[in-house]
Design a protein. Structure first.
Length: 66
């Protein structure tokens, strides 16, 4: 069993880490879900804009009749 290295102030010894790639793999696995949510939000925004402009046209038509 290897002993952990001590970091001494002023030492030029590189610290060794054993980082796992698991968090990066988990993030890459949710890429399609992120894309789906982004597309859904974009679609909702476009539908809201379209409804808003239709309501403006309806309002203008109603105001023109009076």
């Amino acid at each position: 069993m290897a002993r952990p290295t001590k970091l001494v102030a002023g030492s030029r010894r590189a610290a060794t880490t054993t980082a796992s790639a698991l968090p990066l793999a988990e993030l890459a696995a949710v890429g399609p879900e992120i894309a789906e949510v982004a597309i859904t939000c974009f679609s909702i925004t476009l539908v809201g804009l379209a409804v808003g402009f239709v309501l403006l046209r309806v309002e203008a038509a109603v105001e023109g009749e009076e």
